[in-house]
Structure formats: structure tokens, C-alpha cells
Design a protein. Structure first.
Length: 550
């Protein structure tokens, strides 16, 4: 064959330009990264007022400012002591809530701007935590079977660890093999400990055989008695109350959902089949026992006359978890969370004549409430706009749909959901000052600031897929190479491929060294390529291809 471009490229994959080669991660693909790089230059979500509503702040500008702050003192968020675990409870769990938000923004900046210096600083700080040994006296290591009282102060630590995992996801190219092994073991132990703790409580108090998905045998107290003590989910516009909330339903609250964020995302990060299955199990049970047939949830029992939207805020934090874990799985090829439906339930959460419950049902319900298309009120009040469940209260407005709706709609591509989170439905409640933070961190970064920016990263991205990048990105000023691209000389000729290799001696140069016993072993996935530039148009006489020995 004649080489028109004077280059032979040997591709060991069905698809060369995969999300792995272009920089894909837990919640993003190479196409997403291309759009982010364009948004960082041209917007939207770059500067104040350049998005769909003028009250949306300068998202990228904030990320850059936080990056600069992190660079000024990368160790600022280290705690003086991490020894706060006592008998399964955290004495000072709240101290984790704001930790490493600026580092998360720095890690994202490093990815978008390809800043290796910032990325290395982020990796160093991550590894300082992952390398701290001795959970007895330091508090940064834990046994996989260590019990934590997840409904108390342990849950902020789980979300902090999610933040650390997201940082690692953005700068993963910086890790050596040994560092990645250490980090993975650290995050795995914590993920298993939190999942173990969730199961310990749920199997002790409700379903003794839940790991087997057996809900008929070995039932515990809350599966045997409804324990209706906290009121109903809501009152409709006619004054009728709906869905008494059982004790079993209350066990699948926002805090336990927050805890399961770590096992879910860590399961995808580690490709751990056990963690992924346990995350699906909790999601199934949340859908069966916490979600009612019309999309209301058990957390609505937290609403009250003085705080009519507390349950809706808690719902947004749970939906953040369910949608993000579901989307991470979907990017890896498993759309289970988005495909799952059930009519099962307990103490009234089962469907009788209603359609099956789905994740999209809960999101649709949320959008209908904040847009005014559903009129629901606190159950122990009168039908009065003061008690309406719509995410406005005390002179403030909460916009927590951005925590989950933009990301979930990357999958659904539903125009109603898009108009809902952009507040453009005919009945939508427009953005207004002041906007409530609805949490201890910042509203724009997801539940407990799990992401640098839900809007910059996910909003109006429904049409960005695995094909051509849309919207068009800023044209590059020079050649564009995949992440890890490198050139070298072997036998006097230019060869090229991707780094890193799994270990020394397995770099891509081994393909061209004439020795069938050596081989190229790419570290970051199964898809890569190597090539040779022959210098001029050449008629190739033969190609010799040797599979790896063994």
C-alpha cells in the first residue's frame, strides 16, 4: 500500500479516538472536555451574566480564582488532626464540609488548561492524605469493615472523599503506578467501610437478607411495623393528604444517600463489581421504599410550616447521588440506574394502579414542583401559598435542580427537564435574589460541592455526545495530539505513541525494536496506537506483527 501522508499508524483498538484517549473520566468524555476548553475562553458560564440567567455568577472565573488560592497554599485545608472517629461516630464531622473545594477547582482547571504544574500540586496533596498510615491515631486510614454511624457525623466525610476522588479523576495522568495503587487502596477501604456501615444498619433494622435481595425472610422491626409517626408526604390542592411516611422509608434518607455517593463512584473508578452491585442495591431500595408512586419521597416528612421545602432540598441531594452514580455507570456502558423501574414498595410506597417508578419520574416530579406545574403543600398546614413545596422560602430561592437535572438530561435529552432547570417553562419561577445556598458549601457545585460547577460542566450539554463535538470548539492554533502523545527515534526513524506505559521497558518504542520478546503495554486502558513516520512517500513491502508472548 502507498502511504499518502508518509505515516503508518498501527491501531490496536476498534476506535482510536475514544474517551480514554481524549481524556475521559468518571462523568465526562473527550467531547465534554473539548466543550469545557471552549467555554473557558468563550463562555457561557465563564463570566457573570453570560449564561441563561443574569443571576448565574462567573463560574469559570470563580474556578480560576480558587485555583490561584490553592496554588498560594496547597496544604491550607489539611486538618491538624484526623483522629475524630469514636465508637462509630464523628466528633467533628462537620469540619470536612468545606475542605478541598478550592483544590477541586484547581484540579479541574489543570485538566481544562492542561496545566501540569497545578495538576502535580493537586496530586501531591491527595497523596499526602492517602499515605497517612494508622487509622488508630491519624484517622485517614480505615478498615473496610469499620462501622461508621452514617446518619450522624460520618456523612460529611463521605462527601469530602467524593471530592478527593473527583480531584484524582481530573489529574489521574499525574499518578505513577505506585501512587495510583496507594490511592486506589485508600479510596477502596473508605468506600467499603461506608457501604458496610449502611448495610449493617439497614440489615439490622429492616431487611436481614438485603444482600440477597430477599425481602420476604429475616425481616426486622421496621419491615414488620409501619411506624407512621412523622406525618404524610404532602397535601394536595384539594386538601387531601398523601402517603403516610413509614419508618422504613425514613431510613433511606438524604444522609445515607450522601454516604452511598462514595461507594457508587468508587465502584466505577475501581471497576469493582461488588461496590457497583451494592450501589445498585441501595438505589433499588431507595426507589422501592423511599419513593412513592407519584414521585414524592419519604424525606418530604421533613417539611413543616416553618420550613416547607426542607424535604425538597433533601430530595435534591439524593438525586445528585442517584443521577451522578447512574451517569458514571452509563458512561462505562451500564445504564442500569436509568433503565430500572419498579412497582414494589413497603407501607404504601408500592404501585397499585400507577405506572412503575423510575429515576426520571422523581426528576420530573421535582421539576413540576419548582415550575409550579404541581401544587403540593405541607401536610400539617392549610392549602396556602406560604406552605407550598416549590423551593422558595424565607425570602430566598433555592436552585438545587442544577445539582442533578443538567447531568441527568445528558442521558434523557428531555426538553421539559431542560426548560425546567433553565427556568423557561411557561409556569417557571424565574431566578430571583437572594439565591439560597441550601447547604453548608456552595450551591453551584452540587451537593457538598462535589463538582467544580454543575452548570459549566453539564448545563446545555444534551447534544454533546460521542460523535462530532457540538457546539464547535475554538479552532486550535497548531497540531492537536491526544493526551500522553510522544515522539521518539528508533533505528534512525521517527516513531510515536502514547505514554504512560505500565512499567519501564514496555514503552511504545518496543514495537519497532525488532525484538519479538519485547512489547508495548499501555497503562490507561485497552485503546492506544503506535506509528512510524518513514520520512517520504514509501511503498511498504511487508508488516510483521507479533502478538505478546503468552
Amino acid at each position: 500500500m502507498e502511504l499518502i501522508n508518509k505515516v503508518i499508524a498501527f491501531v490496536f483498538s476498534v476506535t482510536v479516538f475514544s474517551s480514554t484517549l481524549l481524556g475521559g473520566g468518571l462523568l465526562w468524555s473527550g467531547n465534554d472536555l473539548a466543550v469545557w476548553r471552549d467555554r473557558a475562553i468563550n463562555g457561557p458560564y465563564k463570566t457573570a451574566g453570560d449564561a441563561f440567567d443574569p443571576l448565574i455568577p462567573a463560574e469559570w472565573d470563580r474556578i480560576v480564582t480558587n485555583k490561584d488560592t490553592f496554588n498560594g497554599n496547597p496544604t491550607a485545608d489539611r486538618l491538624p488532626t484526623y483522629d475524630i472517629l469514636q465508637d462509630g461516630e464523628y466528633v467533628d464531622g462537620e469540619s470536612y464540609i468545606g475542605n478541598h473545594i478550592k483544590m477541586l477547582d484547581a484540579a479541574f482547571y489543570a485538566l481544562v488548561k492542561e496545566d501540569a504544574t497545578v495538576a502535580a500540586a493537586v496530586k501531591t496533596e491527595i497523596m499526602w492524605h492517602a499515605n497517612k498510615a494508622g487509622y488508630e491515631n491519624v484517622g485517614l486510614q480505615i478498615l473496610p469493615t469499620e462501622f461508621q454511624k452514617t446518619d450522624n457525623g460520618a456523612w460529611p466525610r463521605a462527601e469530602w472523599l467524593v471530592r478527593m476522588l473527583m480531584c484524582a479523576d481530573f489529574v489521574k495522568e499525574q499518578f505513577s503506578i505506585a501512587e495510583r495503587t496507594t490511592f486506589d487502596a485508600w479510596i477502596s477501604d473508605w468506600a467499603y467501610s461506608f457501604e458496610y456501615s449502611i448495610n449493617y444498619t439497614l440489615s439490622k433494622d429492616i431487611y436481614g437478607n438485603r444482600y440477597s435481595r430477599d425481602y420476604d425472610n429475616n425481616l426486622k422491626g421496621l419491615a414488620l411495623s409501619p411506624n407512621f409517626t412523622k406525618g404524610d408526604a404532602y397535601k394536595d390542592a384539594s386538601g387531601t393528604n398523601h402517603w403516610p411516611v413509614s419508618g422504613a422509608s425514613r431510613y433511606y434518607n438524604n444522609r445515607r444517600a450522601s454516604v452511598m455517593h462514595l461507594p457508587g463512584l468508587a465502584g466505577v473508578w475501581l471497576n469493582d463489581v461488588v461496590l457497583k452491585d451494592r450501589s445498585k442495591l441501595f438505589f433499588e431500595e431507595w426507589m422501592k421504599f423511599h419513593v412513592f408512586p407519584d414521585g414524592a419521597i419519604g424525606d418530604f416528612q421533613r417539611n413543616s410550616s416553618g420550613s416547607p421545602n426542607t424535604g425538597l432540598l433533601y430530595m435534591s441531594s439524593a438525586l445528585d447521588v442517584m443521577v451522578s452514580v447512574g451517569y458514571a455507570l452509563a458512561l462505562s456502558g451500564d445504564s442500569y440506574f436509568f433503565d430500572y423501574s419498579t412497582t414494589e414498595g413497603i407501607w404504601g410506597s408500592d404501585c397499585t394502579t400507577e405506572p412503575a417508578k423510575t429515576l426520571k419520574l422523581t426528576v420530573d416530579t421535582y421539576i413540576k414542583l419548582i415550575s409550579g406545574d404541581l401544587a403540593w403543600y405541607v401536610d400539617d398546614t392549610s392549602v396556602n401559598e406560604l406552605y407550598r413545596i416549590d423551593n422558595t422560602r424565607s425570602g430566598k430561592q433555592w436552585v438545587n435542580e442544577i445539582w442533578f437535572a443538567p447531568l441527568g438530561n445528558r442521558y434523557w435529552k428531555d426538553d421539559y427537564i431542560k426548560q425546567g432547570y433553565m427556568r423557561t417553562l411557561p409556569s417557571s419561577i424565574a431566578y430571583s435574589n437572594p439565591i439560597g445556598t441550601a447547604g453548608p458549601a456552595q450551591v453551584w457545585g452540587g451537593h457538598e460541592s462535589s463538582y467544580p460547577s454543575c452548570l459549566f460542566m453539564f448545563a446545555e450539554m444534551e447534544n454533546v455526545g460521542t460523535g462530532s463535538v457540538t457546539p464547535p470548539v475554538t479552532p486550535p492554533t497548531g497540531p492537536v495530539y491526544p493526551q500522553g502523545y510522544r515522539e521518539a527515534t528508533v533505528g534512525g526513524q521517527l516513531v510515536f505513541g502514547l505514554d504512560p506505559a505500565w512499567s519501564a521497558g514496555r514503552e511504545f518504542e518496543a514495537v519497532f525494536d525488532g525484538d519479538a520478546s519485547t512489547f508495548y503495554d499501555y497503562k490507561n486502558g485497552d485503546e492506544t496506537f503506535v506509528g512510524i513516520d518513514l520520512g517520504e512517500s514509501t511503498l511498504v513491502q511487508a508488516l510483521h506483527y507479533h502478538p505478546r508472548m503468552g
